[in-house]
Each structure stands twice: as structure tokens, then as C-alpha cells.
Design a protein around this ligand. Sequence first.
Ligand code: A4P
Ligand code: MG
Length: 257
Amino acid sequence: MPTFLLAVGSNLGDSRRTIDQSLSAIDQWENTQVVARSSLHRTRALGGPQGQGEFLNGAVVVQTNRTPLELLHALQEIEIALGRKREERWSARTIDLDILLAGDQKLLPGESVIETDCLTIPHPRMSYRPFVLGPAVEIAGNWSHPLLHATLDTLWQQLREGDESLLLYGGSAEDRKWHVDQLTAHFPTLRILGPATVARESPSPQLAIQLRQQGEGPISGLPTLTLPASGRRSGLPELLAAIEGVWPDLGRQVSTE
Ligand code: A4P
Ligand code: MG
């Protein structure tokens, strides 16, 4: 039966109880079972409105005969039943249930990658978020990220121990320069690779940022953030939040609000 890795998060109300209720609700679906459950990690809210409470974050493995889209819609029904209100992006929430990976080893590699208007698997922000990978490796460390070609264990290790630098590649030279200027203004001590790389044209149409980079060219297996191709500057808050998550001690110098 198809297997999925999910992320659970909550920072409003009785988070532990709400998470338990959400997992019991999943377990009660026909032909569905929660087969593994990580511990719950207390984490600082990253991105979104200021002043939010801390999150409880966890991960679970679910076996189900639902399609990925059916699973997404069923998870959204549980979120609504448990009081989730969709307000400002990344605002405090009673429960957030995200699909991280489709892990059935019998699937062809391409089938574990989904890109539709309402569903993207692997979850696009999973590789560089400590609050996602930390719980996930407890139960799925040997799962493969089909786009980054690394196990979650490897990504988690890179996220914690890789070099204190990042690499921009892809997009246009102008795009990369704008982002380098923004990053330098916000995080003056961050090591950005490198003027030569930034000026070089790249075949990738979308600007991507490899965190914890140690070389001058993109390599597989590193936490990677890909910025949206349209309205490229709209990805800046996500990039800044990602850097704060990976290097909490860098300190942000100027406000973006
Ligand atoms: N969507 C696309 N792909 C997926 C997927 N793989 N799984 C769409 C789930 N949903 C997916 O999600 C917005 C839309 O994403 C949905 O309509 C769905 O069709 P949402 O749950 O309505 O809103 P959201 O969660 O606020 O948006 P988003 O962008 O998914 O937020 P994230 O990335 O989940 O980040 N800090 C800590 N410490 N812990 C957290 O858990 N979470 C967030 C939210 C920010 N900061 C956090 C935490
Ligand atoms: Mg969500």
C-alpha cells in the first residue's frame, strides 16, 4: 500500500492534544494506518507574523490506499474540523498537516514527484527546515528525497554540520545580484559563494539557493531552496526565514516589514 511521510505542526491551543486528535482521525479512515510517529519537538516559529507562540512539530508515516490528492483533501478536512483558520500566510495555527514525501518503494522515481496547483511533493520547504527534518529523521531517516538525491539522514546532517555558507545558482545574473545584495544587507556576516558564481550564467531558469554549501558549484544532497520563477522577489521572506532557521545566531540586521 502507498506510504507517505507527513509533517504535523501546531502553535495554537492545546497543541499536544490537537496533534493526537488529528492522528487518531487519520487512523480511523478506511484502509489507512499511522505506522510510525516521531516525538514532538518544541520549536521557535519561523517566518510569518511576529509574536507567535512556539510550535510543537512532529512527523508520521501513514499507509493508505488514497491517492496523494485524496490524502491532501482528507488532511485539510481534519485541519478544518480541528479549528484551523486560514488567515495570513504562516500565521499561528491549531494544526497544520503537510505531505512531505511519497515513499512507496515500488513507485517509479518519477511517481514520487508531484507538481500540481494545489499539491507539491516532495514538500518544497522540507530540506532546509530543522523543525521538519529533526522529527522526520526519527522515523524516516533512510527515505530518499527524489529531487535532491539524498536520504533525510544526509540532509539533516548537512543542515546541522555543513559549511557556514550558501551558493546561489540559476535564474538571471541580475536576479542573483539582487538577492546577494539583499542577503548581504540582512546578514552581513553570511558567507555567500561567490562573486564568480553569481556572475556566471546558468542553465537553470529558477534561482536556487544551496544552504551549507562548501564548493563553487551546485552539488547534490544539500538542503536547497528554489525561488518562484514568477515574481522572483516574492520569495525573499521565505529565503530570509530559511537562513534564520539554519543559522539562528546570525541575527537579522534590517527589517523587511
Ligand atoms: N500544498 C502544496 N503542496 C502541499 C503539500 N505537500 N502538503 C498547498 C500540504 N499542502 C500542500 O497550505 C497552503 C497550500 O499548500 C494548501 O492550500 C495546499 O494546497 P496551508 O496549510 O493552507 O497554509 P500554510 O501551512 O500556512 O502554508 P505553507 O506555505 O504550506 O506553510 P508551511 O510551509 O507549512 O509553513 N515554524 C515552526 N517552528 N514550525 C512550523 O510548523 N510552519 C510554518 C508554515 C511556518 N513556520 C513554522 C511552521
Ligand atoms: Mg500546510
